[in-house]
Design a binder for this molecule. Structure first.
Ligand code: MG
Length: 382
């Protein structure tokens, strides 16, 4: 049963270029399908979540992460009576703008782009769906609905919001996005907090002993050990993670349902006008989840082995960016066309954006190969 405050096709703000309604799908299903068929979506398979793709076959990539976010978000959407199709579309598109090499790549590209307006991955996800996917005859980008685009643009600096028109409006007016967008944002955190524990333990970079210092993990782990004292470590960890996800999902559902009732929202317009977001953890779970994030930041994301890869990623991104900024003839032909267009505007920032789009679109291994092709004299592949 869809709730009255859910996003609906009937109340949708529509697409930038009006199109006839799909014959056998909803508008949001069409958004989801366009996302799945996009080039950017396929590239997620070879983009780092935490571990660079070639470090191991079993670690999460941006693609499997996005699928896990969609799974968690859809289950919650169904229970809360929200729009499951819209939720899925936002979840599958939410990381499309990520650079190669995860956050290291984003930080490096942002530093390179500092004189030209900076680089934000949320904004880039919107650029991918609005501009950079070029396969449709009648429009640029994927021409997604307003609600999917709104959900993709999770955060955005005020100066950038002003240039975005309708979808940037809420950052200026300080209004809220749909409940489906709010939900996907938290489902993202539930997914990465839990799968990073799993990948972190499997990689040997963090240990169960360390994790037992984090309340959220310790509580569930101790329960599992009490209930199944003979269970081996692999299964104990998996059982703990599965129960942690279940606990967080249940907390999120119960707290959000209470918030919906307390706030008195009836329509999506009420949701947007409300003073704060309504899809939330309880205060206790919010605090516990923050502690887990802090633990992962200190012990996994800044682990010296991860950090070494991070340094290399910085070097590759910086070197590629500099080379293309110095000489546009190094760009592949189709990007040279964009570069020629950008040059017409006489704005240096427009050309820098063409370079940033090209670098951001690379997968980890493509970036490594491109670096090798450009800077390794013994590499004969051009
Ligand atoms: Mg994500």
């Amino acid at each position: 049963m869809t709730a009255s405050y859910a996003a609906t096709v009937e109340t949708s703000r529509g697409r930038q270029y009006p199109e006839p309604a799909p014959a056998y799908r909803t508008e949001y299903q069409r958004d989801r399908d366009r996302i799945i068929h996009s080039t950017g979506f396929r590239r997620l398979e070879y983009k780092t979540q935490v571990f660079v793709n070639h470090e191991g076959d079993l670690y999460r990539t941006r693609l499997t992460h996005s699928i896990e976010v969609a799974q968690i978000a859809r289950s919650i959407a169904r229970t809360l009576g929200l729009n499951e199709d819209l939720t899925e579309a936002i979840a599958l598109a939410h990381d499309l703008g990520h650079t190669p090499f995860g956050h290291a790549g984003q930080d490096a590209l942002n530093a390179c782009m500092k004189p030209f307006g900076g680089f934000e991955h949320n904004l880039q996800s919107l650029r991918v769906v609005d501009h950079l996917e070029t396969k449709y005859a009648e429009f640029q980008g994927l021409n997604l609905t307003f609600e999917t685009r709104e959900g993709v643009l999770k955060h955005c600096a005020l100066k950038n919001a002003k240039a975005l028109g309708d979808v940037g409006r809420r950052f200026i007016d300080k209004t809220q996005p749909s409940l489906e967008a709010q939900l996907t944002n938290i489902a993202d955190q539930v997914a990465y907090n839990n799968h990073d524990i799993d990948d972190g333990i499997r990689s040997g970079l963090i240990s169960i002993e360390q994790l037992r210092e984090v309340g959220l993990f310790a509580d569930y782990y101790d329960q599992v050990k009490w209930k199944y004292p003979e269970l081996d470590e692999n299964k104990s960890v998996h059982e703990t993670i599965r129960q942690m996800i279940g606990g967080q999902v249940t907390d999120l559902i119960q707290t959000s349902e209470q918030n919906f009732a307390d706030s008195g929202v009836v329509t999506i317009d009420d949701v947007r006008a409300h003073s704060d977001t309504l899809v939330r953890f309880s205060e206790d779970m919010f605090a516990q989840s923050r502690l887990m994030k802090k633990f992962l930041r200190e012990n996994l994301y800044f682990h010296h082995q991860v950090y070494r890869m991070t340094r290399k990623a910085h070097q590759i991104i910086e070197a590629l960016f500099e080379a293309f900024i110095q000489d546009s003839k190094l760009l592949p032909p189709e990007h040279q066309l964009y570069a020629a267009d950008a040059r017409k505007s006489q704005e240096e920032a427009d050309y820098a954006r063409v370079v940033a789009d090209y670098v951001a679109g690379m997968t980890d291994r493509f970036a490594i190969k491109e670096y090798d092709r450009l800077f390794n004299m013994s590499n004969q592949l051009l």
